[in-house]
Structures are given as structure tokens and as C-alpha cells.
Design a protein around this ligand. Sequence first.
Ligand code: GLA
Length: 391
Amino acid sequence: MSIRASILGAMVAVLIAPSLLSAQDKGLASTPPMGWNSWNKFGCNVGEDMIRQMADGMVKSGMREVGYQYIVIDDCWQVERDQSGNIVADAKRFPAGIKALADYVHSRGLKFGIYSDAGYKTCAKRPGSLGHEYQDALQYAAWGVDYLKYDWCNTTTQDAQAAYALIRNALNASGRSIVLSICEWGTAKPWLWGEKVGGNLWRTTGDISDMWQGKDKHHLGVVDILDLQDGLQSYAGPGHWNDPDMLEVGNGGMTTDEYRAHFSLWSILAAPLLAGNDLRDMKPEIHDILTNKEVIAVNQDALGRQGRRVRKDGDLEVWAKQMQDGSRSVVLLNRDVSEKEIAVSWEDIGYPSHLSASVRDLWHAKDLGQHQEKFSASVAPHSVVMVKIAP
Ligand code: GLA
């Protein structure tokens, strides 16, 4: 390259760079994203009718009204690339095409998300985006995609930070505001670089399973995932969140108490709240968990703090989150198999002992009066009591 050409190149880069940067919407995911994703319940069994019905379900159930926004199709919507390298959706399952589906989701007042992978194939062996990052980003933007979950299967020797920076740049260059969900399972510690590369959320662990406890290869139960979140709180904030994986609430493998605990913990962790159940067919108790406004308000608090474990006595734990109004949200978690008394002291949550504070039970929407020094409650097995403590 001649000196003139390289100077010209540098000038072009300087001119383009700020516009690419400004294309990334700074207001994106200012609170943890809320929505629904197909994977936990449906796996590869996705199709346009079902996705439309989920959008309808999100509206009809009142979930949209309490803040759920994104309808995300996970793996298996794509089958091949055409001769020009364009990604091709499964025409049997999505006969009207992805654009029409995105339009439908938008017509219901919701946003539309899709899935790809940084490697040459997705985890379900569909074509990945490797080498097609800009082409795919342009296609997503043309379809009206608002959210991209970007997985990490079949990436061989790729560098995670570079791969996610590349797709973020490609999304920015498309000119559309698109949330980037980094799905790298925590292997390369994405909390250390996720914000820098423009990720809006990043998985911190392997996949969740519809179970309270247990580890099997890549799959973890709710409390096993929970244990891996403590210590990561300083990395989360408006626009960039730790993601302990999607919700299993309502998928049948846990008790109602366990699902309520799962939802309470994800809320106090300021985790993305992506429902993973069948929204067409929800039992009333599942609907009540997913739509509890006071619990969701803890998750969506504008300060954007992630809660942390402030006390652990064996199976009895206290998790606390500072709220924008100075109050604290608190989860008393009983991991034991019998009912237990759990206390949170004001010292645990950074209040002076003599302070008189009001306590409100969030699941029962009930004021529990003024307390000093501490608050304690009896907590059922594998269950929580969730309160807001306000001076
Ligand atoms: C990985 C991800 C899951 C899901 C599947 C799809 O396991 O971690 O969340 O997207 O791939 O194949």
C-alpha cells in the first residue's frame, strides 16, 4: 500500500469510527432485559405458528404490561446458506419467513430476537456466523431483529473477546439498535470484558436445567448456578448484565416454592428475566410468579445493582440488593429440606442497628411493620421470604 493510500485509509477509519460507535444505542438494556426464549421448553422444535402464539400469550397473560418485551427464537431456525452465503431459515417451519414473523411480533408491541453462534456451526449443528458476521448482521437488521443471542459452540481456536467484539461491530454497522447477548458460558470470564466489547448481557455459567440442584456435564440446577454468581456483582450495571441463564419457571421439574425462589433470586441478582415456559398454557400459580410487579420492580430498579450474598449459615442464606431509593431488597433463602428461621440483621445490609425501618413482604404484598436491628421469618424448605426494608 502506498503512503498516500494508508493515510487515506486512516482518515476514513477516523471518520467512520465515531459513527459506528454512536450506532450502539447507549440506552440499550438500561435495566435487565425481560422477555421469552424458546430453548428451555421447545429446544429445536421451533416454528412460526408457535412463536406467534408466544407473542400472543405474552400480551394476553399481561406479561407485556409488567415489562416483558423480547420474543427470542433460539437455535434451529436456520438450515443452510445460499450460494451468496446468506443465511436461510427453515422454510418448512417458517414458511412466511423471518421478516414476517418479526413484523408480527412488533405488531403486538413486542421486540424480536434471534440466535446465532460465533463458530462455524451452532450448538445444534446449524450454520454459524463465522466469516459471515457483517452479512448476518445486515440480514438481521433488514428483518427487524432487536436482540441477538450469540453462542460459542464450534469455535475451535477463536478468541472469545475478539469474536464478540467483531459481531458487536457488525451489529453497529447495520445501523439498527440490537441487544447483544453473549452466550459463552463463563469460560473466558466474559464479565471482565463483556462491557468493553459492547455486550449487554453475558452468560456466567453452563446451561440451566429444570431442577433445584445438581450438576450433569454442562447442566446445572438453580442453586448451583446461584453459587457461581456471588462475587460477580461488581461487573453488572445499566446496559451490561451478568446472565445466570434463562428461567425454568413453569417447566414442571420443580415445586411452586422452588420456582418462586428461582424467580426471587434471579430478580435480586438483576439477572435478565427471560421466561422459558409455554406462555399459551400457564397454571395460575406460575402466572402469578412471572407477573409479580413488586418482585419485578426489584429486578428492574434503575440503580442497576446486582444483589449479593450477605450471609451464609450452611443452608440458610441472605441475599441483599441496594435499591435506588436507598432501601434494600432482601431474599431469605432456605436451601434445607425442613422449615427454618432466617434472620437478616441491619448490619448485614449496611444500616445502623438502631434504625427503625419498615418491612414489606413482596410475595404477599403485605406490610410487616417497623423493625429495628433485624428481621426474621420462618422459611419453608427450598423456599424464600422476600422483603423490602426501607428506613
Ligand atoms: C447452548 C446454549 C443454550 C442454547 C443451546 C442451543 O447450549 O448455552 O442456551 O442456546 O446452545 O443449541
